[in-house]
Design a protein around this ligand. Structure first.
Ligand code: NG6
Ligand code: CA
Length: 479
C-alpha cells in the first residue's frame, strides 16, 4: 500500500478492436493519430501491454473484475440479450474507486450483459453497470453491430416512446420486419458473414429488434454522442475525484465515420474511424484541460483485443489497407492465440507526474484492479490482478512475470519473453475473417524478444523450456 495515497481522477479510455500497429506512436506510418500519440509519447508507452483476451466480453470482464475471464465460462462474446455476467457481489474496478470516495461512471460500450434473463427493454433494465459499481452509466448494451441499437441511460432506454415498445430476440425475427438476408435492397452496407438480421439505419445487424423507433441511435454520430456525455461528466464531477471508464466503439464494425471523417484516411471506413477516435480523444483531453483537471488526472489508454479487417461487412477494410499493418510486427489479430490477438496499445499518462518513457514491462489490463487500489490507498479483492503500480507509473521496469492469455476459450501462457501455446484442434485460419487463429495440433513455443512475429517455433529445440512453461501453465490453468 502506498504510504501517502494520492487521489487523481482516473480515466480509462478503451478502444474496440484497435491493434498494436494502428497508432502512429506504435509505429504506424500510413495513419496519423496525433492526439492519442500525446498519451503514448508523453506518458509510459508499454510495448508488452495486454488485454486478457482476443475478444471483447472476456477482455472487459478481466479489466473490470481483476479476474481472468477463462475462469468464468460465461465470459464469451455475448448477444445483446445476455444477462449480466459480473455478479453484484464481485470486486470491480469502479467499486475499488468507490471505496476511496470516488465518483464513478461509464460512457460507451458495455458488452457484459444486462438484467437477469429475459430483459424487458421498456422498463428499468437491471442489474447492469449501476449495480456493479458505476454510479452513472450511459452505454450501448453490446456492440454497434448487435441489437438493441439504442443507448441506455442509467438502466432506461434513452428516448424511448412508451407507445412504441422495443422487443428484442436473438432467436427469430418479428413478423413482417425486414432483414438483411431477405431485403438486401434496404441495406446501405452489405453483410459479408453473419450480420443479416434486423436492418437499422440501412445496416443489417446481429439479432432481431422491433419498435423503439425514436430511441434508435444514429450510427454516424455515435463518437460525438459519447464524447459529449464524457465531457459533460467531467464538467459536472470535476470538484471531487472521479473514475470514468470511457469505452469507445471504434474501430469495431460497422465502421460508420461521421461525414467529416469519411475518406480522410484513404484507408476506407476502418482508417476513418480511427481518425475519428483520435479526434474525440483530443477533444476530451481539451475538456480536461479547460476544466482545470488535466494535471490531476491519470489516463490509461488501451484496446480490448487486436485488429481485424473483415469482421462481417463489405467495407473496404481489406481492399484499402495498402501498406498499413494493424497488428504491427505481431502475428494474428482479433480472435487469435497469436500475440496480435491480445497485445495492444497500452499507455498510462499523467501530465506533470509521469515521466515519458517506453516500458517493456509485462502488464495486463487485469492488473488495474490491484494497482489502482494501491494508488488510491484501498484494499481490493484480487484474484488474478497483480499490484504493478510502479510499472504503470513508469517507476519500475518490472511488471508481472507471467500471464495466461485467452482466445475463444483456449489459453496460452506467457512468461518473460517466452510464449507457449498448447496444442488445440481447430482451423488454423478463420476463412471469414482471414485471421490466423494460432491453433495448432502441436506445441508452439516462441521467444517474443527475438521473434515477435512468432515464426520460429522452438517447441522441439527447447524441450526443457517447454516443459517448464507447461508445468507452470497447468498449475494456474488446471490440467
Ligand atoms: C462476432 C461477430 C463479429 C463481432 C464479434 C464481437 C459474426 C459472424 N461475427 O460473432 O462481427 O461482432 O462477434 O466482437 O457475427 S467483439 O469485439 O465485441 O468481441
Ligand atoms: Ca473488441
Amino acid at each position: 500500500m502506498a504510504k501517502d495515497p494520492v487521489k487523481p481522477n482516473v480515466v480509462v479510455i478503451y478502444l474496440d478492436d484497435l491493434g498494436y500497429g494502428d497508432l502512429s506512436s506504435y509505429g504506424a506510418t500510413e495513419i496519423s493519430t496525433p492526439n492519442i500519440d500525446v498519451l503514448a509519447n508523453e506518458g509510459v508507452k508499454f510495448t508488452n501491454g495486454y488485454a486478457t483476451s482476443a475478444t471483447c466480453t472476456p477482455s472487459r470482464y478481466g479489466l473490470l473484475t481483476g479476474v481472468y475471464p477463462w475462469r468464468n465460462p460465461k465470459a464469451k462474446i455475448l448477444p445483446g440479450s445476455a444477462p449480466l455476467i459480473i455478479t453484484t457481489e464481485q470486486e470491480t474496478l469502479p467499486k475499488v474507486f468507490k471505496k476511496a470516495g470516488y465518483q464513478t461512471a461509464i460512457v460507451g460500450k458495455w458488452h457484459l450483459g444486462l438484467g437477469a434473463g429475459n430483459v424487458n427493454w421498456n422498463q428499468h433494465i437491471t442489474p447492469g453497470p449501476n449495480e456493479v459499481g458505476f454510479e452513472e452509466a450511459y452505454i450501448l448494451a453490446a456492440t454497434q453491430d448487435r441489437v438493441p441499437t439504442v443507448y441506455i441511460d442509467n438502466g432506461y432506454v434513452d428516448g424511448l416512446d412508451p407507445k412504441d415498445p422495443i422487443s428484442v430476440s436473438y432467436k427469430k425475427n418479428f413478423e413482417g420486419e425486414p432483414t438483411g438476408k431477405d431485403n438486401p435492397e434496404l441495406t446501405t452496407l452489405k453483410w459479408h458473414h453473419g450480420h443479416n438480421n434486423s436492418i437499422v439505419n440501412g445496416i443489417p445487424r446481429i439479432g432481431y429488434m422491433k419498435g423503439g423507433e425514436a430511441a434508435k441511435w444514429t450510427d454516424t454520430d455515435m463518437a460525438d454522442h459519447f464524447l459529449k456525455k464524457a465531457q459533460t461528466y467531467v464538467r459536472e464531477h470535476k470538484n471531487k475525484p472521479f473514475f470514468l471508464y470511457y469505452a469507445l466503439q471504434q474501430p469495431h464494425v460497422p465502421r460508420t465515420p461521421h461525414p467529416r471523417f469519411v475518406g480522410k484516411s484513404g484507408m476506407g471506413p476502418r482508417g476513418d474511424v480511427i481518425l475519428e477516435a483520435d479526434y474525440v480523444i483530443g477533444e476530451f483531453m481539451k475538456t480536461l484541460e479547460k476544466e482545470g483537471v488535466l494535471e490531476n488526472t491519470l489516463i490509461v489508454f488501451s484496446s480490448d483485443n487486436g485488429p481485424v479487417l473483415q469482421d462481417g461487412y463489405y467495407d473496404d477494410a481489406m481492399e484499402k489497407i495498402g501498406d498499413h499493418t494493424p497488428a504491427g510486427k505481431l502475428r494474428g489479430g482479433k480472435y487469435s492465440l497469436f500475440d496480435g490477438g491480445t497485445r495492444v496499445p497500452f499507455m498510462v499518462y499523467w501530465k506533470g507526474i509521469i515521466k515519458p518513457k517506453v516500458s517493456e514491462a509485462l502488464v495486463c489490463q487485469v492488473d488495474l484492479v490491484a494497482s489502482m487500489a494501491d494508488l488510491i490507498g484501498v484494499e481490493a479483492d484480487k484474484t488474478d490482478s497483480e499490484n504493478i503500480l510502479s510499472a504503470f507509473l513508469g517507476k519500475s521496469k518490472k511488471g508481472r512475470k507471467e500471464l495466461v492469455l485467452e482466445a475463444g476459450s483456449k489459453t496460452s501462457y506467457r512468461a518473460g519473453d517466452w510464449v507457449m501455446i498448447p496444442p488445440y484442434k481447430g482451423a488454423k485460419m478463420s476463412w471469414h475473417s482471414f485471421v490466423e487463429s494460432g491453433i495448432n495440433q502441436e506445441f508452439q513455443l516462441y521467444n517474443l524478444e527475438k521473434d515477435p512475429g512468432e515464426l520460429n517455433n522452438l517447441a522441439k529445440s527447447e524441450p526443457k523450456k517447454l516443459q517448464k512453461m507447461l508445468t507452470k501453465f497447468e498449475s494456474i490453468r488446471g490440467k
